[in-house]
Every structure is written in C-alpha cells, then in structure tokens.
Design a protein around this ligand. Sequence first.
Ligand SMILES: Cc1cc2nc3c(=O)[nH]c(=O)nc-3n(C[C@H](O)[C@H](O)[C@H](O)COP(=O)(O)OP(=O)(O)OC[C@H]3O[C@@H](n4cnc5c(N)ncnc54)[C@H](O)[C@@H]3O)c2cc1C
Length: 529
Amino acid sequence: MTEQQAEKIYDLFIVGGGINGCGIARDAAGRGLSVALAEMNDLASATSSASTKLFHGGLRYLEYFEFRLVQEALKERENLLVAMPHISWPMRFVLPYHPDMRFEGETPTSKLLNFTMPWTKGQRPAWLIRLGLFLYDNMGGRKILPGTQTIDLKSNPVGDPLKSKFEHAYEYSDCWVEDSRLVVLNARDAQRLGAKIMTRTKVIDATSKNGIWTITTKDQLTGKEQTYKSKLLVNAGGPWVEHIIKDLAHIKTNEGVRLVRGSHIVTKKLFDHDKAYFFQGEDGRIIFAIPYEQDFTLIGTTDQDHEDVSTKPECSEEEQEYLCKFASQYFEKNITRDDIVWTYSGVRPLYDDHASSSTAATREYVLKLNETGQAPALNIFGGKITTYRRLAESAIAKFAHFFPTMSDEWTERAPLPGGDFKHDQFESLVSDLHSDLPFLEHQTAHRLVRAYGTDAKEMFTGISTEKDLGTHFGHGIYAPELDWVIANEWVMTAEDYLWRRTKMGLRVSDSQKAQIQEYIIGKLNSQRA
Ligand SMILES: Cc1cc2nc3c(=O)[nH]c(=O)nc-3n(C[C@H](O)[C@H](O)[C@H](O)COP(=O)(O)OP(=O)(O)OC[C@H]3O[C@@H](n4cnc5c(N)ncnc54)[C@H](O)[C@@H]3O)c2cc1C
C-alpha cells in the first residue's frame, strides 16, 4: 500500500545519505529550501565510511595535472579543521625517499619525463617530489598546518620502524577526518535547519510530471511504501548513481559511472608515534600507513575496477596480500595476513572519463543537471570527502535559478554540531569533561570529545556518580551514550553505533555486541510502544 505524504511539495528530494547527499541537504536547508533526504540503509553505510579518512589535497593527483581539484581540496583543509575540530585534526605524513620509486606509466607527468628525460626510465626523481611538495605547500594557503621538512630517518624516531635502507624522507601536512561522523554531523545540522532525514528508506521509483517529481520510497524495516513530491531530484546515490538515473528515475542520458574499489587493512599498531607514512611502490602506486584508533595501524588503499554495484565490496585475499607486501617493503617487520585484525572496502563512484586504468580515472567531481524530463534532476558523480562542502555549493549553484529567493553560501567555517570550539582547545575540553565525570577513564573522555565535541557534556547531563551511568557495556561504553546516539544520530542497530558513529567495533567482544544490540532494540521498541 502506498501512502502519500500530505500534498507538501519539497524543493529538493535527495537520494542518498552519504557525504554528498548530507552535505547538500545541510547547505540547502540552511539557505531556506525545504529538503527531504532518503537513505536506504544507515547514514554513511556505503563509500562515505570506507575512505582513507583524509582531508587532503591528494599529492599524487598533481602527477595527473588535476591542479583545480588539488588546489580546491588544499584550500578546503583548514576551513574544515575550523568547522569540526573534534572529528578532524592535522596530521604529518612521512614520505621516505629511495631511487626505486616508479611512476604509473600513464600519468601525464611520466609521459612528459619519459619524452624529455628518457634516462630517468620511469623513476620518480627526488627533485620532482620536492617540486610537488612545494606546490602542495603553497597552492592552497596555510595558516594552521606546518609546511614540508626534510628529515633524517637515521636520527629521527619516525625512522625506527622502517628498514635501515631508508635514510631520508620528506614530511608534509594533511588532515585526518572521521568520515562517517562527518556524514552524521551534516545530517544532524540539516535536520536542525528543517530538513527531513529518513534512514532505512529506499527510493524505488521517481517519476516526473508537470514539473514535479513523485518519489516512491519503501521503508526497509516495515515494507511500507510512501510517496513524496519535489521540484528537483538530487541523485547522490554514489555507486548507485547510474542505476538511479536509468532504472529508478528513467532519465535518458549517456553519463556513466566507473566503479573503482579501494580496500584497507587494519593491524595492531606497527609504530608508536602519531605521524603517518606515505609509501611509494615500484608499480607506481602509493599507499598510506596511518596511526588509527590509538592501538591500530590503517594501511591502504588499493585501486581495482569493481564490475557490479550489487556486489558488496570486500577486501579480497589478493588485496590483503598486496597491501601486506607493499607495507613490508618499508617496515622492518614483515607484515602478513595473520597481522590483520579488520579490513574494509568501498567503491569510488567516479565519473566515467574512459581513462585507461582505474588509478588514472579522474577524481574530479562532475555535476550534471538534467532537464530532459518533465522536472529537473541533478546527478552527482565522484567527489572526495575533502571537497564535499564545495561540491554542495557547486551543486546548489547549478540549480539556483529554480529558487530565486534562496539565500547565499554560508557553510564556510560554520561549525558542525559539537564543533563550536577552537582546534587548539581540544585537550582542555577533554580535561573539563574528565573533571566533571572523574569516574570515566581518561581515554573514554578523550574518545567522547573526539566523537561528539562539545555535545559530549550534554550527553551526561544530570549524571554525578558512577552509578548514574547505568549499564556498562565494556570499553567505556555506557547507557547515556547509547541513549544519546539513538535519540540524535539515527542509530538503529549495534553495527550503526560500533562501526559508523564510533569504531568501538574494533574492541568489543561478540557478547558485548549482542548486549548492545539488545539494548538498542529494546530502547527503540519502548519508544514505539
Ligand atoms: C577506498 C577509498 C578511499 C577514499 N579516501 C578518501 C580520502 O581519504 N579523502 C577523501 O577526500 N576522499 C576519499 N575517498 C572518496 C570519498 O570517500 C567518496 O568520494 C565519497 O564518500 C562519496 O560519497 P557519496 O555520498 O557520493 O557516496 P556514498 O557514501 O556511497 O553515498 C551514497 C548513498 O546512497 C544510498 N543509496 C543508493 N541508492 C539508494 C536508493 N535507491 N534509495 C536510498 N538510498 C540510496 C547508498 O546506500 C549510500 O549510502 C575515498 C574513496 C574510497 C572508495
């Protein structure tokens, strides 16, 4: 049975609750547009929780001459740090230099060098890396992030975990971001500004008639169907973008998506400092090894064509072997599949520019406004976590003419929920929370401020003794946090909480997970009753 939502006509109906859908929802709602967003699973359940989690310009994209993209992303890093000092922080990257490093043969830079300096034989010379880092330091402007330095790996402790043949490195700046929290914070802000955010709500059809879309959704829990009306359809379906265009919205276009899978492995921590490594391979690719969740190291990523959106991306045995071997070329310790404690994999929904390799396919975002049907639709291809805010601004600029009374851009440096403090006040926020709640372990206070920023205090309102915390589910997870994420962050299962609102999934046992699931379901049932 399909039920029609009263006759309300939304300005925008957004398909997809990844970073692009939620970023557009927040920006548009803040400009006074009426917005509805449907996500078929949990927020950030697809690509937006499977990234390398960097706010970065993308040093390697310079070799592809993607200067516009790199510059936009570099500029954006500090805007984002200011707007979300809880979930994002500066990180230094150590790039060991050695003469065996090779280009990917297809980059414009390698073609140019092979032509002008054939004796370099595909090597990435040191002067070129220095030039790249010089551009990287200067293209985007920096006030918070320090610039590049040369370091001696023989005397600097960051050299200790590496093989002794690596003697020199460059150290440069980028930033870390908790990708799935970025999505939920955008969704929360969008909702605060009036947007209707629906999770576990799949769009199953969109039909345009007389300038209006009728969108049919299906509740993934109850099976109930509902229709919504909207002036514009925004297709932020990520890997499903082409399926939505062709099969759900019946739009005639030749635009296509290129699905490129990227996988990561997580090991127990391989080094004891807070800097990340940027490793260059002999195959022209690069990987990162990044300090992760205090006790772990994150290694990735791969680049593999992924044929079919209906196949769930998983880190294959070959990808695991590849990443272990790649990292073992640099680390003193030989890393094997036995060291892996977790893997994850995501699919980049890149615009199909018919590049020869998945590594070479453009990382630029492409926004296509389609007006061939009876109502307009905006299809979104590609994008990066780093440029999500700029992508939202560009998306809105594409359809601004439909909404002449809409207000101007406003999101630059506007704090996300919990992010209303200065980036250098983080530690004092942790100390404040810890002195208010001395019975919490310091590392729990730290984790809570990292995840929720200034909202961490609100979560524990009215709690003055350890007993008030209620059930302890292990590893510093208490009932008030679960209550809060259920009430404010669309948490409906233990997975949502353990792998997307937090990464506590790395720590809890199966029985603790079951207890958390039971608690969440009980809470949701009692709310429904
Ligand atoms: C391995 C990897 C590493 C990356 N690393 C970085 C990085 O370090 N830094 C960076 O800036 N970028 C990085 N990226 C890029 C970045 O992660 C993506 O560009 C971004 O997450 C794409 O977001 P999205 O919203 O377009 O897609 P998604 O996050 O996939 O969101 C699309 C959503 O649409 C929903 N959906 C689809 N169909 C329907 C339907 N019919 N009804 C309702 N909902 C639907 C899906 O469930 C999904 O949640 C990386 C990407 C990958 C794969």
